[in-house]
Every structure is written in C-alpha cells, then in structure tokens.
Design a binder for this molecule. Sequence first.
Ligand SMILES: Nc1ncnc2c1ncn2[C@@H]1O[C@H](COP(=O)(O)OP(=O)(O)OP(=O)(O)O)[C@@H](O)[C@H]1O
Ligand SMILES: [Mg+2]
Length: 247
Amino acid sequence: MSDIFLEARDITVRFGGLVAVDAVSATFRAGELVGIIGPNGAGKTTFFNAISGVIPPTSGQLIAGGRSLAGKPPHFYAAAGVARTFQTPRVFADMTVTANIDFGLKFAGRQREGSWHLRDATSILELIGLVHLAELPAAAITPSQQRVLEIGMALATRPRMLLLDEVAAGLTEIEVDNMAQLIRRMRDELDLTVVWIEHAVTTLLKYVERVIVLHQGRKIADGVPDEVVRNAEVVEAYLGDEMEQTA
Ligand SMILES: Nc1ncnc2c1ncn2[C@@H]1O[C@H](COP(=O)(O)OP(=O)(O)OP(=O)(O)O)[C@@H](O)[C@H]1O
Ligand SMILES: [Mg+2]
C-alpha cells in the first residue's frame, strides 16, 4: 500500500443553515486515481473547495505530508502540491494558449523540482495535445479545448495532486473518452494523485480505481467501482437514473 498523500477527516461545510458537506472523511493515496460522483447539489464541488483552500471548512481536519492544512491560506495548498480546475473553466480569454500556461508556470511550486520534466509551456502543451494551438487566443479554441487548457495551467504549477471538477461536462462522447485517457496518462506519467468529479458515470467508472459517492453532503460509499455500483443506497440515490441515461 502506497503512502497517503492527503487525508480529510470529518470535513464539514455549512452555508447558514445548510450543511453542504457533512463530516466527510476520505484518504487519498499517492498516485491514486479516484472518482467522486453524486447528484446535483450533493456537495462535490464544495468538498473540493474545502480540500483545495478555496474556502475554509467549517470544521474538520486536512492532513498532507504530516502537516495540517485546513483553514490555511491558498499558498499553503500550492506549496503542498494541490492544484485544481473549476467547474466553469477559468482561462484568460484574451491571452494566447501559451500565455495561459506561462501564467500557471509563475506559480510553479518547489515540491517536485528534481523529477519534473514539464518545465516550459511547450512540453505541457505537447502532453495535453494543444501544441498546434499555442499562438491562438484562448477565446478562439473550443470549450472542450479550454477545459484541457485549464488542466495544463494546473499542471504548470507542478502539482502532486490534481483535483478535476467536471472537466468532461458538455463534451461529446469521443471527447469524454479522450479526456479520460488524458487523465489516466497524466496520472501514470507524472505520478499524480488525481481526484475526478464527473457526471459521466459510465466512463468515469471505467477509468478510476476507487469511487466516492456523495449524497446530500454525506459520503454514502467509497470503494472499487464494481462494489459501489452494486451498493443499494448508491443505486437508489443516484446510479439508477444516471446509468439508465448513459446506457
Ligand atoms: N457559496 C455558497 N453559498 C450557499 N450555498 C452554497 C454555496 N455553494 C454551494 N452551495 C450549496 O451547497 C450545496 C452543495 O453544492 P455543490 O456545488 O457543492 O454541489 P455539487 O455536488 O458540486 O453539484 P453539481 O453536480 O450540480 O455541480 C447545494 O445545495 C448548493 O446550493
Ligand atoms: Mg459541482
């Protein structure tokens, strides 16, 4: 069993009276590819926000490399090697594809200095397959290419963990498969811990080693895909509908 990269213990996020994330605990091992699924409003994005420093959790602990992160400012998360994409892509539309990657490179952390080969925009664009678009403004590439670009910007920070929030939303079936293959390849080649939120459950379950299911803020399952798809509570809460739609 490999080392634990990040451990979330009883993470809770409240918005007024709403408990968006309800005492969720999860362990992410180094090099693991984990999916997070669940209905709209289940708390998936809020959980990401709480474990990537975008918002402080109301309560709970977050441990990375023996250090406590919960409640620390964003640069602590960057220093720990946590990078993420947003559900609505955040690229700089007026800047070229290369300049967007260069922006990420400015935030490159020190945590992977020796072993990391992605040191310039070109090597990153080659890996993510956008090198032919390098000089175009980001506004001129397709929405699916913008999602890939945002992944490139996250990679530029030299992360050890990549959190992907619905990077395949709105993509065609072929694009979803290409995205899944890119995610697998990044994990394999860059030795990343990847956590991937997606509603395209059928594809996601083919690629991840483990899947966490959130429902109404609570974690209702956490296991290998074969087990989770047979879990009665999961089928009831989510998979029944979702699998029928995508079958
Ligand atoms: N900033 C906020 N203020 C108040 N309520 C919020 C805020 N952000 C999220 N919520 C609420 O918290 C709950 C969880 O939302 P969240 O966006 O985490 O769900 P999700 O699982 O990512 O859903 P989706 O699949 O639609 O992206 C929802 O009820 C949402 O309305
Ligand atoms: Mg979301």
